[in-house]
Structures are given as structure tokens and as C-alpha cells.
Write a protein of this length. Structure first.
Lengths: 867, 208
């Protein structure tokens, strides 16, 4: 393989290494060409040290702006644009000039709306509002000019420490009157935060970026969600939930509460390193009391702040005027309008949330069976009235059945009227599965309405639906697109998180929410954890390597690597005999866990032409080791010749599908050759049908294990490839290699049948006590194995297989299983989880002859009861 | 029934090279700003390199994967991945960012699995580099295309050695480990590849 290097190559590499070389005239042209190529590559890769023109070109100032304004300096920049201090030539006054530069993303129609909005805002004049002078457009890039405030943002002031209460109230009042003015003009700020309040030298406060964020941000839930979700710190709960119908004056009041909190304490009310955490806190946690952070803060200020930060918009001050009134009372020492939420109020709040848990359970089951026949000959009106009566007398489940029937025959208009009653019925229903099924039919009419204690199940049912649509069967942060549906699931989950949940349920929901947030945002985790490669040699002193080689607590493979490293070092110092001993020790160790020197490939994904790629690094390391040993002691150590070979017969693989055998060889007394290693040593052998497969194996006696197979397929072949079975029944479990090629029986490829799953259907809500798993029977099958699993997001999809059940019937009822199996089901299939299942069929010879390509998914609506 | 797939996570190694004291370069300024949390600077840093990275991606994909994977997708993926691990990037010299990005791309391509089946990818809008001025920019773009085309004409191993040595900034030893060759063999291979590349480039010039 190694060809004699062309002298020209040596000349070039010597030249590039900085040596003086003589190039024969005959080769000079080629030499120059190569150097030109070198220079071209260098030049391509070199970024000019001062490429400001390149930077500037991404930030050009619109030319006619430059004609009318003299740019003096940059004041700041953010995701949406750059703000400059400029002098308006015509009036000779300083202005702040903001060029919208939406991060090079296309704004499209938003631009038009932005202009309209900005022109509208230009009419907003108030001593505490930064006025917009003019809105313009230069070369497609909108800009506007506004008052230049010579000062700093409130965020900068706060960064130096909390403000004294009197100063905080002073600033709050100025901001509040500005907001009040805007509200009177029908404008909601929506993005009020310390960064949007400017304080000038004399302490005057100015509110800026008024309403501008609105149009942009509405569009942004899709295009810029990363940024929006990245900083939910200053959102109101209704904003975080995306509940646009609730956004209004009270949204700004919440923001004022956050401002007050931060001014008084120097820290945000809802602080956390992760945006998802902030969101959860914002939605579900009461901020700490101001006085718990600083006893010097007056109690009444705490009350005002709490009132502003109420989760429900309706519970906050009715408007800014009411806030200003309480601020006035505070300053005069009069009693506030906002009473503190005392213990009585808290108890009421608690009771409101939980009383239904103790609700009655007696009536419904008896009635339910009897009512089905008369449902079908009633008119819509009769049904609704009947349902109302049942609901009024406390028979929610019966009412639900009646309403359900009414819903089927209702017009769209009638449905809109009926949905309220159905929600009420759902909340009180006893039958969880029925409640969820009903709620799923109607909830789109009332996307934000709570179904009480079933909110969790409903949210998880929607999650299950999403999972059923995803190729990975989970909320797949890499492949899923941010859809409106996902947004809906998100708000339902957030709603559900306000309910009383078990820690397990809360955990699941939060993980799913985190995954959804990642789909909705643009930032994805890389999923790359640095794991030291197993084919690298350890560093360290010779002493350390020697110690590692001898250390029996280490993985055998790690010791072998230490031995190889030690051998190399000794060899460098020409201590040949010692080097040979170290290699020999390494060889004896490596042989017991990884006696493969050829033919095993690294796991490299779904390429089908894998058999051409180099051997796995570990394999090469072994080959390198024996080569070194042979070099140092040619008389006593021969290069290995041994191998196992086999043919692949049977089902002809189409070119789009490749298949690997996972082959494990180790010394008979070694239980697990991968023990203590961060991941398993490579053991995939690509199967080829054109020539016999050969795997080079060192001499010795080994346990031979095949741990299944690994399929590689393109696109649509992916599903089909799961049907391919490899028959290895007649392979030996132990082999001996002594410099020879051991011929193994042929590997037979075979296609199994697809087992269609009958019920439950995809993402159905399931009552584990009653519902039965069913699938199509397979001819000649003597047994079926049902694997049960559930899906979680952590945040990447994770499927946990927890139970395999064997049965000879093409169906399974969980309630018939053994107590131990039922315990496992109760533990893993908890209410709200997305369960999954698939089935394999086996014949008499215990060969897999059928497998379900589709993975069944269902929502656990009712857990398995304890017997 | 498939055995769990085990990814080989190759460590990202950043080569440390010492440099003399110089006035701060654009790359360094942008890196510092980006490190301090300025997203605009990160975008500028990226856009400064995007064309060069595209050359790398095209060449790295070679002809095998090309039909299945769009270079833009690879770039998007690396862009997002790099944002996430930006904290681990150390500025050592002006070429460091490019080498770092190339290695990320290389790593991601090697254990890509199905990340790059184009239909699944979520759209990420990449910052683009804009040509500076009419003359210089045009020249530069043409030159890049020339080199990209020439790289694709090379044999896979010639291309590989140039990508590893020049784009990823590997030493002959590192490249040798990757390509299962001795460092000396790598140097000769690289020289041979340069000869071929030079030939391709001059052929292009002639045909133009």
C-alpha cells in the first residue's frame, strides 16, 4: 500500500516546514503550483485582522439618514436594532436614532405594521414618555428618531444596588403617570422593564420603547421565540401563557409591580438561571415578600407590590389610577385600598382549589348504565335541558353523557353555547377516561379554560397526541416544528401545573414543558457530553502508567491502554526488553476483553456504505499492539492470522438497507468486557452478501455472543428494516482460534411479518383496569411478547421499557397479570403518562417471526387499581 | 430489538497556539463581545466565517453524502451547536474560530445519524456575510468557489488530508491518528494533495 514518496512531495513538505530546498528545474512548475495552492488555502482561511469593513457592511447606516443626521456615537444595540446618538442637522438638536435591524431575519409584513404603529405612537406626548419625532425608511430599513435622554437606563441604576423606598416610589409614580397617559390613549406598553425606563441627570424618569415591542413580538413568537422565551423575567403570567385575550392595562400593572420589586430589592422578582424555571416561577409561585428580603421596606409598599403581582389580572389594581391612589395613601400614611392577603383570604384561596377532591362519588356509576337507549331519540334542546338537570342534581357523569350526545348533533353556534356546561360537568366527573375523552372533543372551543382536576390529564393527552405524530414518538426537540398545536399544548401544560400534582407528575410535566420550550425556541442543546474516547492512550508519567497497568480496580481495557502507552514510552527510550514486557502485559489483558484486530467498525450512524470505512479505533489499537510486539520480539511473537468468517445468506438486502451484527468476544471467565467503561467497546460488524465476512481475532478461547443487530437504513426503508431478522441459532457460544480461520455457520437474513396493532388506537386515553391490548394474530406464532414502556422528555426523548409480558393469545388485559407485574405497571404507568407498547411474535423454534412496526401509544387515564 | 446505539463522542480539542502581541483584531473583538453575551457580535463573528465554512462543508461532504444532505443544513446545525458550546471556545488566534467551527462540523457530521435528513430540519436563519465592495468582494467570492470546486475534484484522501490540516488545523500527528497513518506519511500525503490542488486551480484558470 505504501508507495515510495515522490521526491517532489518531500521537497514541498520540507519547504513548508521552513527548510531550504533545491528544486530541480523539471519539477519547478509543479512545485510552484503546489505552493500556490498552499497560499490559496491560507488566504481563504485567513480572516483579515482588521475586517471592520466587513462588519460595517452588515450594519450599514441608511444613506439618506446620514444626509439628515450626523451620527455621533453608538448608544447601544439589541436584538432589534442599533441606537445612535445623532444630531439632527435641520434643527441642530441631539436625537436618539434607532435603526431597526431585526437580526438579519426577514420581517416581511411586520415592517408595514411597525410603521403604522410607530406613526400612531408618534402622537403620544407626555413629560415622562420618550417622544418619537419621526418615522422613516431608508433602503427598506425602517428607522425612527426620538428624544435623546442624557442619562442611563433604570437597569443600570438598579445594578448598583437597591433604591431607597422614597426614591423607588418617586420613580414608580413618574412611570405610572406615563403609563396612565398611554392607557388613556388605548396603548398598552407590554414590554415595560428596567431597560425601557431612562433616568436623566436630574432624576426624571422616561418610559421608552413604547408599544413598539408589541407588533414585533406578536410576530416573534414564531421567528424570534428564542429571545422572547429567553427573557420571560418581565412578563406577566397572561403574557407567558400567550393568553392574548387577557393582555391589557393590568399587564402593564404587573410590570410596574416587577419594577417596584426590583427597585426596592435590587433583584428581579422571578430570578433563575434557566428561562424555563423563571417561567414556572412566574406562573406558579408567589414572589417572596419584600419584607422577607429587607425588613426596612415598609409593610404598605409590600402590600402594593403584592397586589400588582397577583397572578390573575382581575386581582390586580383595576387601573393605574387605583395604583396611584394607593401610592398617595401610602405617602400620607392612610390605610390602603389593597388589603393584605391575610390568612383568611389564603384559606379561601386554598379551599377554592381543592374542595372537589373531596367531592361525592356515590351516585353516578349506577345511573350511567341505564341511560344510553333514550339518548338517541331526543332533540338537542331536550338533551341540554336533561343534562342541565343532571348537573344541577350533582350527577356530573350522567350529565356528561347527555351533553356528549347533544354535542354530536349540535350546530357550531349551539356548541359555543353548550361548551360552558360541558366544562362544568367535566370538572365534576368521576370517570377520568370519559372526562378526558369529552374534554378533548370540546376544548378547542375554550382553549384556556380550566377543566379543574382533569387539566393535567388533558394536557398530557395533548402531549400524547403530539408524540403520536412525531417520528421519534416523543416531543423531539430536533425534528419537531414549532406549531400552533404545540403552543396550545404548552399553555395547557402550564395550566395543569397550577393544579395539585404528585411530585412525579409535576416532574414529568416540567420536563415535557422544557422540551416543548426548546422546540418553540431556537436554541437546542448540543447533546454532546465530552466522553473520553476509548481508543486514545492515556497520558501520564511512566510511573503512573505502570500503576494503572497493575490497578485491578480499573477496567481491563483501560489497563491495557496504559500498558500500550507505557510500552511506547519505553520504546522511545530504547528500553526494548521492558517495552516488550509492557506490551505483552497489555496484550494479555486486551485479549480477554477485546481480542479483535480487524473487521469491527465504529458506530457511525446511518450510512449504508459502511463496510468501506476504516476499522474502529479500538480495533486499530489492538492491531498496533500486536505489530509492536512482533517488532520487538519477532522470534517469540508472530503476527496474528486467526479469524472467524461466515457467509450471509437468505433475504437479499436492498441497497438502501444495511445491517450490522453486534458481535462480542471475550475470555470465558469475563462476565462483562465493557465493565467500568463509559460506553461499550465497538462490536459492530457490517454484514455483506457479496463476499464472506471476516473478523480478525487474536489466538485464544473465547465466549461468543451476538447481542442483536443494528440496522442502517435510508428514509422509508427505516420502518421496513425493523422486520429483518438474523438467525444465529446454530452458532457456537464458544470458539477457539489458533492462527486459523474458524468457519461459522452462515448467517441467515429473514423478514418477519408486521403485526398490526388493533387497540388501543394511537394516543387513546386508556383505563388500565378495563381496556385490553389487542393485535392481529400471526400464523404459526406460539407466543407473543408485549413490551410496555412510557415516554418522557429529559429533554430529549426517552423511552423507558419496564416490562415484557409473554402470552399465547393475541391480546392482553393488564388486570390479569401477576401481582408483581401489576406492581411494576402501577409504578410506571402513572396517570397522565404516555404509555407505549409493541409486540413480537415467536414460533416454536423461538425465532422472531413477527414484530409490530407501529409502536402503540396511549394516555394513561386511569391507573391500575390496587387489588 | 436493535442494540442501543452508542455514539462515539470525540472530544473537541482546541489547539493552543501562542501569538505575539498585536492590536486587537476584528475576530478577537467580536469574540470578546460575543463571550460577554452580545448576540449581535456572535452573529457577526459567524457571518465573517460563513463563506469559508461553506467551502469546508461542501468539501467535507464530498460526493457521497451530498445528495442527502444540504450544506446549509449542516451549517445551521453547527451554528446552533456552536452557540451552545461557545463558552468552551477559547480565542488563541484569528484562525481559531474557524478551526473550532470546522471541528464542530466535522464531529457533527461524523456522528450525525439522522440529524441531517433535510426534511426534518427546523429552519434557522443564518447570518450571512455581505460582500464588502464591488471589486474585492467579487474577487474573493470567485476565489472561494474556485477552491471549493478544486477540492471536490481531489481524491477523497487528498481532500481529507487538506481539510484536516488546513481547515481543522490539525497537526500531522493528529491527522495521522484520524487517517491511520504516520505523521510522515501525512506530510507527504498533504504535499501530494497540494500538488493536485495546484494543478486543479491552474487548470481552472486556464479554462476561464
Amino acid at each position: 500500500m505504501v508507495s515510495q514518496p515522490d521526491p517532489l512531495e518531500q521537497l514541498i513538505s520540507a519547504h513548508l516546514a521552513g527548510e531550504q530546498v533545491e528544486v530541480p528545474a523539471t519539477r519547478r512548475a509543479e512545485f510552484e503550483q503546489a505552493l500556490a495552492a498552499h497560499a490559496a488555502l491560507q488566504q481563504l482561511l485567513t480572516v483579515a485582522p482588521s475586517s471592520y469593513p466587513e462588519i460595517a457592511s452588515t450594519d450599514p447606516l441608511p444613506p439618506d439618514v446620514s444626509a439628515r443626521f450626523e451620527i455621533q456615537r453608538e448608544l447601544g444595540r439589541g436584538g432589534m436594532g442599533v441606537v445612535y446618538l445623532a444630531r439632527q442637522r435641520s434643527l441642530d438638536r441631539p436625537v436618539a436614532l434607532k435603526v431597526l435591524r431585526p437580526g438579519k431575519r426577514e420581517l416581511g409584513p411586520t415592517l408595514e405594521r411597525f410603521r403604522e404603529e410607530a406613526q400612531h405612537l408618534a402622537h403620544l406626548r407626555h413629560p415622562h414618555i420618550v417622544s418619537i419625532h419621526e418615522v422613516g425608511d431608508a433602503g427598506g430599513e425602517p428607522y425612527f428618531t426620538m428624544d435623546f435622554i442624557d442619562g442611563e437606563p433604570l437597569s443600570a441604576t438598579i445594578a448598583r444596588g437597591p433604591l431607597p423606598p422614597s426614591r423607588a416610589i418617586d420613580v414608580l409614580k413618574q412611570i405610572a403617570v406615563a403609563i396612565q397617559h398611554a392607557h388613556r390613549h388605548g396603548i398598552i406598553h407590554r414590554d415595560l422593564k428596567p431597560g425601557n425606563v431612562l433616568l436623566d441627570q436630574s432624576g426624571h424618569a422616561f418610559v421608552t420603547d413604547f408599544g413598539l415591542a408589541r407588533n414585533i413580538s406578536r410576530e416573534s413568537t414564531l421567528t424570534q421565540s428564542g429571545e422572547l422565551l429567553g427573557t420571560p423575567q418581565y412578563m406577566a403570567p397572561e403574557q407567558a401563557r400567550g393568553d392574548s385575550s387577557l393582555i391589557g392595562e393590568s399587564t402593564d400593572l404587573h410590570a410596574l409591580g416587577l419594577l417596584l420589586f426590583e427597585m426596592l430589592t435590587g433583584r428581579p422578582a422571578f430570578a433563575s438561571s434557566s428561562p424555563a424555571d423563571v417561567l414556572v416561577k412566574l406562573l406558579h409561585e408567589t414572589p417572596p415578600s419584600l419584607r422577607s428580603l429587607d425588613r426596612r421596606i415598609p409593610r404598605d409598599l409590600d402590600t402594593i407590590c403584592q397586589k400588582l403581582l397577583e397572578k390573575s389580572p382581575a386581582a390586580r389594581y383595576a387601573n393605574v389610577s387605583a395604583l396611584l391612589e394607593d401610592v398617595r395613601r401610602y405617602e400620607k400614611g392612610e390605610p390602603l385600598i389593597a388589603r393584605r392577603a391575610g390568612s383568611v383570604a389564603r384559606a379561601t384561596r386554598w379551599a377554592r382549589r381543592h374542595w372537589k377532591i373531596a367531592a361525592t362519588a356515590l351516585v353516578t356509576a349506577l345511573v350511567a348504565l341505564a341511560i344510553i337507549p333514550p339518548l338517541f331519540d331526543r332533540s338537542y334542546e331536550e338533551l341540554v335541558q336533561w343534562g342541565n338537570e343532571e348537573l344541577a342534581s350533582g350527577h356530573a357523569d350522567t350529565a356528561a353523557r347527555v351533553y356528549d350526545r347533544a354535542w354530536q348533533i349540535a350546530t357550531q353556534q349551539q356548541r359555543r353555547e353548550l361548551v360552558g356546561s360541558i366544562v362544568l360537568a367535566c370538572r365534576d366527573m368521576e370517570d377520568a377516561k370519559a372526562a378526558v375523552d369529552l374534554a378533548l372533543q370540546v376544548f378547542e372551543f375554550v382553549p384556556d379554560t380550566s377543566f379543574g382536576r382533569y387539566d393535567y390529564l388533558i394536557a398530557q393527552a395533548l402531549v400524547a397526541r403530539q408524540r403520536a405524530q412525531s417520528p421519534s414518538g416523543a416531543i423531539d426537540i430536533w425534528s419537531d416544528k414549532p406549531t400552533d398545536d404545540l403552543q396550545l399544548v404548552k399553555s395547557r401544560l402550564e395550566l395543569a401545573l397550577t393544579e395539585k400534582l404528585t411530585p412525579q407528575q409535576r416532574h414529568d410535566a416540567q420536563q415535557t414543558l422544557a422540551a416543548i420550550n426548546m422546540v418553540l425556541s431556537r436554541s437546542k442543546p448540543t447533546g454532546r457530553q465530552p466522553v473520553p474516547p476509548l481508543d486514545e492512550l492515556p497520558n501520564g508519567s511512566m510511573q503512573e502508567l505502570e500503576t494503572a497497568l497493575q490497578d485491578e480496580s480499573l477496567a481491563i481495557w483501560s489497563r491495557a491502554r496504559a500498558g500500550i502507552a507505557l510500552g511506547r514510552r519505553l520504546e522511545e527510550e530504547h528500553r526494548t526488553a521492558e517495552a516488550a514486557a509492557a506490551y505483552r502485559h497489555a496484550y494479555d489483558l486486551a485479549r480477554t476483553v477485546y481480542p479483535v484486530y480487524e473487521g469491527v467498525k465504529a458506530a457511525m450512524g446511518s450510512r449504508v456504505d459502511r463496510s468501506d470505512v476504516p476499522d474502529a479505533g479500538e480495533c486499530l489499537l489492538v492491531r498496533d499492539l500486536v505489530t509492536s510486539l512482533h517488532r520487538l520480539s519477532p522470534d517469540t511473537f508472530a503476527l496474528p492470522q486467526g479469524s472467524i468468517t461466515f457467509e450471509v445468506v437468505g433475504f437479499q438486502l436492498p441497497p438502501s438497507i444495511g445491517i450490522d451484527l453486534s458481535l462480542q468476544l471475550c475470555a470465558p471467565d469475563v462476565q462483562n468486557p465493557h465493565q467500568e467503561l463509559p460506553y461499550s467497546l465497538p462490536r459492530l460488524v457490517p454484514l455483506r452478501q457479496d463476499i464472506p465476512v471476516r473478523v480478525g481475532v487474536l489466538d485464544g478461547t473465547y465466549r461468543l455472543e451476538c447481542r442483536g443487530n443494528h440496522r442502517r437504513a435510508d428514509g422509508d426503508a427505516q420502518r421496513l428494516s425493523r422486520l429483518i431478522q438474523i438467525d444465529l441459532q446454530d452458532w457456537p457460544t464458544q470458539i477457539e482460534i489458533h492462527g486459523n480461520a474458524v468457519q461459522l455457520p452462515p448467517v441467515r437474513l429473514r423478514l418477519a411479518e408486521d403485526i398490526p396493532l388493533i387497540s388501543p388506537g394511537l394516543s387513546t386515553a386508556m383505563d388500565l383496569n378495563k381496556d385490553i391490548f389487542k393485535w392481529e394474530p400471526i400464523a404459526k406464532a406460539t407466543s407473543y411478547q408485549v413490551q410496555l414502556l412510557y415516554t418522557t422528555e429529559t429533554p430529549s426523548p426517552n423511552k423507558s421499557y419496564f416490562l415484557t409480558v409473554t402470552t399465547d393469545q393475541p391480546q392482553l388485559r393488564l388486570a390479569d397479570l401477576s401481582p408483581a407485574q401489576q406492581d411494576s405497571i402501577r409504578e410506571n404507568l402513572v396517570a397522565g403518562r404516555t404509555g407505549g407498547w409493541h409486540v413480537d411474535a415467536f414460533d416454536e423454534a423461538n425465532r422472531c417471526i413477527g414484530t409490530s412496526l407501529q409502536e402503540g401509544q396511549f394516555l394513561v387515564a386511569s391507573e391500575l387499581d390496587t387489588r | 430489538m436493535g442494540s442501543p446505539r452508542l455514539d462515539r463522542r470525540k472530544r473537541l480539542e482546541i489547539e493552543v497556539r501562542s501569538v505575539g502581541v498585536e492590536p486587537e483584531s476584528t475576530t478577537k473583538v467580536l469574540w470578546r463581545r460575543a463571550r460577554d453575551g452580545d448576540p449581535a457580535a456572535y452573529e457577526q463573528l459567524f457571518s465573517l466565517h460563513v463563506d469559508r465554512l461553506l467551502v469546508f462543508v461542501r468539501a467535507r461532504l464530498g460526493s457521497g453524502l451530498r445528495e442527502k444532505v444540504e450544506p446549509e443544513d449542516v451549517l445551521q446545525d453547527a451554528y446552533v451547536a456552536a452557540i451552545k458550546s461557545f463558552a468552551s471556545f477559547e480565542y488563541t488566534d484569528d484562525g481559531a474560530f474557524l478551526r473550532w467551527m470546522c471541528r464542530i462540523i466535522d464531529n457533527r457530521l461524523r456522528d450525525a445519524h439522522d440529524h441531517f435528513s433535510a426534511k426534518k430540519r427546523q429552519e434557522v436563519v443564518l447570518p450571512r456575510s455581505a460582500p464588502t465592495g464591488p471589486v474585492t468582494a467579487l474577487g474573493r467570492v470567485e476565489r472561494r468557489q474556485e477552491i471549493a470546486t478544486a477540492l471536490l475534484q481531489l481524491s477523497p484522501e487528498h481532500r481529507e488530508v487538506l481539510l484536516l490540516r488546513y481547515f481543522e488545523g490539525m497537526t500531522a500527528e493528529e491527522a495521522g491518528q484520524r487517517m491511520s497513518r504516520s505523521p510522515g506519511a501525512i506530510r507527504n500525503l498533504a504535499a501530494r494533495a497540494l500538488i493536485e490542488l495546484g494543478r486543479q486551480l491552474s487548470t481552472q484558470k486556464d479554462t476561464n
